[in-house]
Design a protein around this ligand. Structure first.
Ligand code: ADP
Ligand code: MG
Length: 914
């Protein structure tokens, strides 16, 4: 049979196969940028294994435009081994290679051969280095560029898959295989300061994934992102690699664990698949930050490049021996083994066939291997396959089927894409550093400005006082000079006057009449001279005074000039102060930005956690318990802010619980509302709950719920009750004080969906108490819960669904303990139609609760008839096939296969199930 199918794809007598690639120049090394002009049968974008994914990506990640990339296939021939040397001496090898033509001739018989072309043909002499460069290096380079990559070896046991991929080359470095060489190239390329490389190492055997780095972890589950379709293994150990030595140690450790595990499982490694996952996280540099140019000061744009990280994965897969496909089912294996061992390998072959034939259905979900490798075939990864063959004519059939596998894989077209994420953490870290630097810079600048201002002021002061001093001294000396000159002049004049007086008297005595005229003349002459002298002195004096005045004005000018320069300095100081203020403003803006970013970071962390919680299924068949935990829904709902919370806490301390409780009965409606709010807030804290109940708060809350008609009070009080209903003792107290009836009435009268949400939350908590089941139902709890679905608000529906799941879980326990035997009270009270209607609700948390409830109810045969007539059977079948949580899926499957009624019905409807 193998021969027939193989023949149908071959052209006899050395002819080249019709479906070989036409573009011979494109070698296996081509980078993704080169587009392959292969046959137009390439599947369209987003088809193939990714066909079922929504194609949308999370808001913080960005896929860049895809490049088409066909799966590249190389064939490697192992040299004859010692046994073959002896056994096959008289026979020619069954293959002949023409590496230069990239052709392989497979001998059909003594006179006929079939010829096949591959992307690379590696002879028995090909070195490990050459094999690495031809097969893996281009993939590794793509991984470093941010693309996902796969390198896989396929072939019969003993043909060299592990030799090609896994050799450590410790004795002879020339022997190093693809894993070791790939890590060397990765470590050489990335910067360990800002980028990371980490690995997981896994073994897939009988559809169970074992962690080779942590042998205790024997069942790693596969999780699929519902939005992007990305596959991850959250349970697998991930080790960061910092140097080649630690990687080699890790590979050795993995190998040791593999041997140990296989001893325990009583198998050999050729029956299992080994998968090395290398995760590379790189930062992308070089593009300007859109964020900083849009929202931040422009100078930031220069400092920050867009903080983007690229995550990529390299998967190196050493597949189980290909002979397992044909041999599974033989007596060598148990039935179970035959089914599962190479379910994965068979499924891989089917997927590749479907993709090669461009078929509409690619059965990716059929096995764990194909789920794990959904990105490698028809996905976004760059994939390189090496098929290994031996030369012996005795294994010709096996060799032929390996070759056909390779040929089919060559037809699979991938669409390579990188995925970038915004690195909030990195940005926040860098902004922090930048901010600290700016703060320090500002501080030292401020200090320098102040020092400079002080210095200028001091100098100006010094110069002014110096000028003043100089001026005073000059003025004083001028004054003294003029005083002295003045005194001198006076003295001189006095002397002159005295002498002229003496002369005058003498002449008068000698000749008072005749000589009077005569003597009078020289005397007149003297006076005139004196006057002239005085005039001259006066002139002199005037000149000097003028000079002094000029000097004074000069000095005044100088002072004015000083004052002007002083003013200039003041404006300079003002300018500097303005600059300082500007910088302070910028700093504030930066701080605001950081706050925004930190909020975004928080939000995205929260979302990641949320997503992880939604996705992370437990590995056991036990029912997951995270769904029925009491909800702390009231805390965020009622508290307007942390500040308000703090002030309430304070109020509580200062005023005391009794006082708050007494305020519940206040005349003033506002006071009552406020008191209920305070109480509800306090009730959100587990530590306060005991105190509140002890002080009679529960009774007061029930009383106000009963007596008040105010919707706000109803909402807040119901919220407080929901919080208090988180522990068993309080649940019983609430029940014994008629709480359930009260909540039912409140629900009937409520208008606001949030009130209904609180009421439903409270009842849902009560539903989780094993002891209260009968009473809760007897007092109309279930009917009230189901009645609330009239309000279609998703928050309300989520609480209702949670309550139903809680109730169904308790009931299920009661059945098992033998304390319950009749039909489920949920069925009795008419919840089933709503359950079935919402079993495929698009909100995943609602759906999850309901799926769980259905599984619980279906486990008990008494409910089967009602479930079948209500249409629950189809929902269970759907859950067992499609539910994204493996544990729920398994539970649904077991329930269906172990129930006689369900089996009978499925048979009646001729549905082949189980
Ligand atoms: P597989 O993993 O496919 O079962 P192995 O890698 O374990 O095969 O190889 C089987 C044997 O053949 C080993 O002893 C290995 O050393 C040897 N061998 C495989 N390929 C080569 C090769 N290219 N050159 C030399 N020896 C090889
Ligand atoms: Mg092997």
């Amino acid at each position: 049979m193998a021969t027939a199918s193989f023949r149908s794809g071959a052209v006899g007598r050395g002819g080249v196969k019709a479906d070989t690639i036409t573009n011979r120049t494109s070698s296996i090394n081509s980078a993704p940028k080169s587009s392959f002009k292969s046959k137009s049968s390439a599947p369209p974008q987003n088809s193939g294994l990714r066909r079922n994914s929504t194609g949308s990506v999370a808001t913080s990640t960005k896929e860049r435009g895809g490049v088409s990339g066909r799966v590249r296939v190389a064939v490697r021939l192992r040299p004859r081994n010692a046994e073959e040397m002896v056994a096959d001496t008289d026979f020619a090898d069954c293959v002949e290679l023409q590496p230069e033509l990239k052709r392989l001739n497979l001998r059909r018989n003594n006179w006929d051969t079939d010829t096949y072309e591959f992307d690379e043909v590696l002879t028995e002499f090909a070195s490990q280095k050459r094999v690495y460069e031809a097969v893996a290096k281009p993939v590794v380079e793509n991984v470093l560029d941010g693309y996902n990559g796969t390198v896989m070896a396929y072939g019969q046991t003993g043909t060299g898959k592990t030799y090609t991929l896994g050799r450590l080359g410790e004795e002879d470095t020339a022997d190093r295989g693809i894993m070791v060489r790939a890590m060397e190239d990765i470590l050489a390329e990335i910067s360990l300061v800002t980028e990371t490389v980490s690995v997981s190492y896994l073994q897939l055997y009988m559809e169970s994934i074992q962690d080779l780095l942590d042998p205790a972890n024997g069942n790693v589950s596969i999780v699929e992102d519902p939005k992007t379709g990305d596959i991850s293994l959250p349970g697998a150990t991930v080790m960061e690699i910092r140097d080649q030595k630690s990687f080699l140690d890790l590979l050795q450790l993995g190998e040791a664990h593999r041997i140990a595990a296989n001893t325990i499982l009583n198998t050999e490694s050729s029956r299992s698949h080994a998968i090395l996952m290398v995760h590379v996280k790189r930062s992308v540099k070089g593009r300007d930050s859109a964020l900083s140019t849009e929202h931040g000061p422009s100078h930031l744009a220069k400092t920050f490049k867009q903080p983007v990280v690229r995550r990529s994965k390299l998967a190196v897969v050493d597949l189980a021996g290909s002979e397992r496909i044909s041999k599974s089912g033989s007596e060598a294996h148990t039935l179970e083994e035959a089914k599962s061992i190479n379910l994965s390998l068979t499924a891989l072959g089917k997927c590749i066939n479907a993709l090669a034939e461009n078929s509409n259905h690619v059965p990716v979900r059929d096995s764990k291997l194909t789920r794990l490798l959904r990105d490698s075939f028809g996905g976004t990864a760059r994939t390189s396959l090496v098929i290994t063959i031996g030369p012996s004519p005795r294994h010709r059939g096996e060799t032929a089927s390996t070759i056909m596998f390779g040929k089919r894989a060559m037809k699979v077209e991938n669409m390579l894409k990188t995925k970038e994420e915004f690195d909030y953490k990195g940005l926040s870290r860098r902004l922090d550093i930048q901010l600290d630097k700016l703060i320090a810079e500002h501080e030292s600048q401020q200090k320098a400005f102040q020092d400079e201002i002080e210095r200028i002021a001091q100098e100006a002061q010094k110069r002014i006082s110096e000028a003043e001093r100089n001026h005073d001294v000059l003025l004083e000396s001028e004054r003294m000079k003029y005083e002295k000159e003045y005194l001198d002049a006076i003295q001189k004049l006095e002397q002159q006057w005295e002498t002229s007086q003496g002369k005058h008297e003498k002449v008068g005595v000698n000749d008072s009449n005749n000589t009077e005229k005569f003597n009078q003349e020289p005397n007149d002459l003297g006076v005139t001279e004196d006057i002239a002298e005085i005039k001259r002195l006066l002139q002199n004096e005037t000149l000097l005074r003028k000079a002094a005045e000029e000097e004074i004005s000069d000095l005044k000018n100088q002072i004015a000039q000083w004052q002007r320069s002083e003013a200039v300095r003041s404006t300079e100081i003002l300018k500097l102060q303005k600059m300082l203020e500007d910088e302070t403003r910028k700093k504030k803006r930066l701080e605001e930005q950081i706050t925004i970013l930190q909020n975004q970071l928080l939000q995205s962390n929260f979302e990641v956690d949320e997503a992880r919680r939604n996705l992370d299924g437990g590995g056991t068949t036990e029912l997951p318990s995270d769904l029925d935990s009491p909800l702390p829904l009231i805390c965020q709902q009622l508290r307007d802010s942390e500040e308000e919370k703090a002030s309430m806490e304070k109020l509580f301390e200062q005023v005391g619980l009794q006082k708050i409780l007494s305020l519940l009965e206040s005349e003033d409606a506002d006071v009552r509302i406020h008191a209920v709010k305070v109480l509800a807030n306090l009730a959100a804290e587990v530590t306060n709950q005991v105190k509140i109940v002890k002080a009679g708060g529960l009774t007061s809350l029930l009383a106000i719920l009963r007596s008040s008609s105010d919707e706000t009070i109803h909402r807040v009080a119901a919220g407080a009750l929901a919080n208090l209903a988180m522990n068993e003792t309080n649940q019983e107290l609430i029940m014994s004080q008629g709480g359930i009836r009260l909540l039912s009435v409140t629900a009937t009268n409520a208008q606001d969906p949030q009130t209904l949400r609180m009421v439903a939350g409270a009842i849902a908590n009560l539903c989780g108490n094993d002891k209260l089941q009968i009473k809760l139902r007897g007092e109309g709890g279930i009917r009230a819960l189901v009645g609330m679905v009239k309000c279609k608000h998703p928050d309300v529906l989520a609480q209702v669904a949670r309550g139903i799941a809680n109730f169904a879980k308790c009931e299920s326990r009661a059945y098992i303990q033998g304390t319950k035997s009749g039909k489920s009270l949920l069925i009795e009270d008419g919840a089933m139609p709503w359950i079935i209607q919402n079993a495929s609700n698009e909100a995943s948390h609602i759906r999850r609760h309901i799926e769980l409830a259905l599984c619980h109810i279906a486990q008990h045969e008494v409910n089967a008839k009602d479930m079948i007539s209500g249409g629950a059977l189809w929902e269970l079948v759907r859950i067992s096939r499609n539910c994204s949580r493996e544990d729920i899926r398994t539970l649904a499957y077991h329930t269906l296969t172990s129930s006689k009624s369900f089996q009978a019905e499925l048979k009646r409807l001729r549905v082949d199930y189980g």
